[in-house]
Design a protein around this ligand. Structure first.
Ligand code: HEM
Length: 133
C-alpha cells in the first residue's frame, strides 16, 4: 500500500517536473530551475527509491513510523519546491514555504533512516537462478 502510493505519486511528480522543465526551455527562463530540480530529485528520485524499499521489504511498510514517513515525504515534496519557487519569484522575506518544506522533507528522511536501520536485515535472499538442464 505505502509502496504503491509512493511509486505512483513519485512518477506523477516526475511528469509534472518534466513538463516544468520543458516550459522553462520554451520560455528560455531558467530562474525556477532549483524548484524544478528539487521537485524531480526529492519528489521523484528519493520518493521512488523509498517506494522500492517498501516493495522489497514489505514488513518495513507496516509500522506507523513508515506511514508517517510516507505522508511527510509526499507533503514535503510538494511544499518544498513550491516554497523554493515562491522565494525565487518574490525574493527575500518569502522563504517560509521553502523553510517549512525543507524541514518536512528532513523529518521524513529522519523517519526513513530509522525505518531502514530497523528493517534492512529483513531483506530476503535473492531468488535462486533456474538450474541448467
Ligand atoms: C523532460 C525532462 C526535463 C526537462 C525538459 C528539464 C529541463 C531543465 C532545464 C531547462 C533546466 C535549467 C537549465 C539551466 O539552468 O541552464 C534544468 C535544470 C535541472 N534539472 Fe531538469 N529537466 C528534465 C528532467 C529532470 C529530471 C528527471 C531531473 C532529476 C531527476 C532533473 C534535474 C535537474 C537539475 C538538478 C537541474 C539544475 C538545477 C539548477 O541549476 O538549479 N531534471 N532542467
Amino acid at each position: 500500500m505505502i509502496s504503491s502510493l509512493l511509486l505512483r505519486v513519485s512518477v506523477t511528480l516526475l511528469l509534472i517536473g518534466m513538463v516544468f522543465g520543458i516550459v522553462m526551455g520554451i520560455r528560455q527562463d531558467f530562474s525556477l530551475a532549483p524548484a524544478h530540480a528539487h521537485l524531480n530529485l526529492v519528489g521523484f528520485v528519493v520518493m521512488f527509491a523509498a517506494g522500492l524499499y517498501y516493495r522489497i521489504i514489505p514488513e518495513a511498510a507496516e509500522s506507523l513510523l513508515a506511514k508517517t514517513q510516507a505522508a511527510l515525504h509526499i507533503v514535503g515534496s510538494v511544499v518544498f519546491p513550491i516554497g523554493i519557487a515562491v522565494t525565487l519569484i518574490k525574493g527575500p522575506g518569502h522563504e517560509a514555504g521553502a523553510i517549512i518544506g525543507s524541514l518536512i522533507v528532513l523529518a521524513a528522511t529522519v523517519l526513513f533512516a530509522i525505518v531502514v536501520f530497523r528493517t534492512t536485515a529483513l531483506a530476503r535472499a535473492p531468488m535462486p537462478l533456474p538450474r541448467r538442464a
